[in-house]
Design a binder for this molecule. Structure first.
Ligand code: IMP
Ligand code: ZN
Length: 377
């Protein structure tokens, strides 16, 4: 999250970046999660002392991460809280110069508070409208009047930075086919609210690929783009089936066998790489053996992402710093990597063109700064 990098890391914060794999509830600020958990503790809904340790703990296995999500969902599944979290998450990404954000979340139901999947998403949309630190533009450019921000709070007379947002609706692997289909139908109804695609996520040891396939087929037939969490555990049959589906992107690709690796490279499916997440959940044993380096060398399409900036105490700038220092990549190379992500967004051509201009300008500034530094030396 913004502010997690030090002063010497200003350059990494200052460059434009694209975030394509961020879960809304996983990106919650630690301070917000603690505050909300304390307040539920005071109301007697949870025992705060029991959950404090889980929230403050830094290293979690994949199983522990999903336990923490159960707690997070108890705390956050409320319309007003969703609105607050969405606003904070967007402002945190914008503060570290994320210029395009694809934010994903799992629409949830909770009859006891009158929450349906559509009303859950209304809470999220309200959060986008509530952003006031930056101008919010929805990714499909055809939406709204050109040049008119989606959010209202304006800083009179002062032009604000802009962040483009595309929403992805996630299907949780615990869901049934009917429930997954309901999410896809909601996504289709929300295309004019910035929804650009569907994600499949949740505990990778739960659920079967064939349960979700009908909903994913339906989504694709109706023009939604698809990204799948793929290969977080070594379920080779599932990985093969997912690759055969040829999604527009996949997340992680950690536990691939040789055959799956070959297929991935042939199909050139872009991979969302989440370094800190993979290390913290022990999906990859150590950063120096991370497949980032093989994919990078093979010139395979990759995008650096955070996954869950709050849960894993990271930020997109920190992920860039980590990749650069671990794999010995210079600033120019990293800026090029950031720029390449434009082509793997689910945005339309008009938004992509605007992003290209932002990156061209950043590259010019970086070259000029480089020249000036060399002249001073
Ligand atoms: P939400 O969809 O906004 O509630 O974000 C949290 C949800 O994202 C979790 O409950 C999981 O379903 C999913 N998620 C977050 N991180 C991971 C991951 O590393 N692997 C698979 N699913 C994840
Ligand atoms: Zn994820």
């Amino acid at each position: 999250m913004a502010g997690r990098t030090g002063e010497k890391d200003d350059w990494w914060v200052s460059i434009p970046k694209i975030e394509l794999h961020a879960h809304l509830n996983g990106s919650i600020r630690d301070s917000t999660l603690l505050e909300l958990a304390k307040s539920l503790g005071e109301k007697g809904s949870i025992v705060f002392a029991d959950v404090e340790h889980a929230i403050l703990k830094d290293d979690r296995t994949l199983t522990e991460v999903f336990k923490l999500f159960e707690l997070i969902h108890i705390v956050t599944t409320d319309h007003n809280i969703l609105t607050r979290i969405t606003k904070e998450v967007v402002e945190d990404f914008a503060a570290e110069n994320v210029v395009y954000l694809e934010l994903r979340t799992t629409p949830k139901k909770n009859a006891s508070i009158g929450m349906s999947k559509p009303s859950y998403m209304e809470g999220v949309i309200e959060g986008l409208r509530a952003v006031n630190a930056v101008e919010v533009a929805l990714a499909p450019h055809c939406l709204g009047k050109k040049g008119k921000p989606f959010n209202s709070g304006c800083v009179c007379g002062t032009p604000r930075k802009r962040i483009y947002i595309g929403l992805l609706l996630s299907i949780d692997r615990r869901e049934t086919t009917a429930s997954a289909m309901e999410t896809v139908e909601l996504a289709l109804q929300m295309r004019d609210m910035g929804v650009v695609g569907i994600d499949l996520s949740g505990n990778p040891t739960v659920g079967e690929w064939c349960t979700f396939l009908p909903a994913l087929d339906f989504a694709r037939k109706n023009g939604l783009r698809i990204t799948l969490h793929c290969g977080e555990v070594p379920n080779l049959d599932e990985i093969q089936a997912m690759l055969d589906f040829v999604p527009e992107r996949i997340g992680h690709a950690c536990c691939f066998g040789e055959e799956e690796w070959k297929k991935l490279l042939e199909l050139k499916i872009p991979v969302e790489i989440c370094l800190t997440s993979n290390i913290r959940t022990e999906t990859i044993s150590s950063i120096d053996v991370h497949h980032f380096v093989d994919l990078y060398k093979a010139e395979h399409p990759i995008i650096l992402c955070t996954d869950d900036a709050g849960v894993f105490s990271t930020s997109l700038s920190s992920e860039y710093i980590l990749a650069a220092s671990t794999f010995g990549l210079g600033k120019q190379k990293m800026l090029q990597l950031a720029e390449k992500a434009i082509e793997f967004t689910f945005a339309d051509e008009e938004v992509k063109e605007e992003l290209r201009q932002i990156f061209d300008s950043a590259a010019r500034t970086a070259r000029r700064d480089d020249l000036m530094r060399k002249e001073e030396e």
